[in-house]
Design a protein around this ligand. Sequence first.
Ligand code: F6R
Length: 398
Amino acid sequence: MDARDYFGYKNPDEEPGGPDPADAADEDGDRPPLFEEAVTLDDPATLRRIDPDDMLGRVMELPGQLVQARHVAAPITLDERMTDVDAVVVLAMGGSAIGAELVAAAAGDRLRVPLIVHRDYGLPAGAGERTLVVAASHSGETAETLSGFAAAQERKLPTAVITTGGRLAASATAAGLPLLQYRLGGQPRAAIGFGVGLVHELLARGGFIDGPDDLGAAAAAVEELLERIGPSVETDANPAKQLAWAIFGRIPVIYGHGPMAAVAHRWKTQLNENAKAWAAWEPMPEANHNAIEGSINPRELGEALYVIQLRDRAEPPAIAERYRVVEELLGERSTNRNEVWADGPSVLSRVLTGVAYGDLASVYLAILYQTDPTPVTLLAMLKERLARATGSDPTGAR
Ligand code: F6R
């Protein structure tokens, strides 16, 4: 049973929101939309009304951003002090951090040195002369990232910067650091093509990723997927819309293994920020040692859970076997669940198609909740209140 059963229709022809012949005679064309008219994912007017800043359009731009990222990175050169290092640390938060996490997940053991994503103030323990520090912030104004950047500058560590502007761009320019500056208005999480593409290109140009360059092929795979699950494809032929309906009213828990664990993390954050919904993610096989048990209580909420398993056709047989047993156990207890298979010729393609799928599903879910996906009101309020409390001190020390 999914939410379309709950609302009493399944066939798109029956979906409310389409022009009602009775309305033609209705003189009151300006009346506010009825609730049931809003609950459709197949009416462009409804999508525009609930998503006025076009977050759906932003998701559709992902392949284009990947291509643009390559142009932004093309003139960048990294000297020996930046490339002859033992580790790369990316300082970033939220939508700016997940790009590096996805690149690390996709590159796997093709990475020449460990890539650490530091989501906190300051620098991680162990960062030193032989660490390349990359400060990545869409706004260039994030307190935690600015604090780590300041610490790296103070210790004169090799540092590069990825941003659209703000204090980070100004400091990088003043210090003559490699600066990958891109232009994109709107929300940081909607710049994921730059987030992934620029970190990928920076690392590739520094010789940190071995093996073939698969960014172009990945962009093509995402493009192809978006054609199949984008907003113009109606619900009955669109598994991402169907998934949004299935999650509606429930708390999604996303499982992923290896590279798909990072994708599961992205799904969770997009469901939070776009659909303004609770969500959790679990890495496999670790989830088999705890999360599987946690679906029992409180019993009254059993129906409220929705498990999504992000599968990769290249996953090891031991993991496939684990998923089989999990499926058996969840099935015996009728836990709501679904599988999403990532497609594409390389790990990067599968990671990015997985991201695109989740990004769209999260915006579709926002629309079903009749919630504008773009603004992050609580997040902005939190930043504002913190800034008031700490003044302009990026370390937050005050
Ligand atoms: C908002 C979003 C946030 C930000 C985070 C850090 O769309 O995705 O998670 O990314 O608050 O801000 P930036 O990216 O400007 O450093």
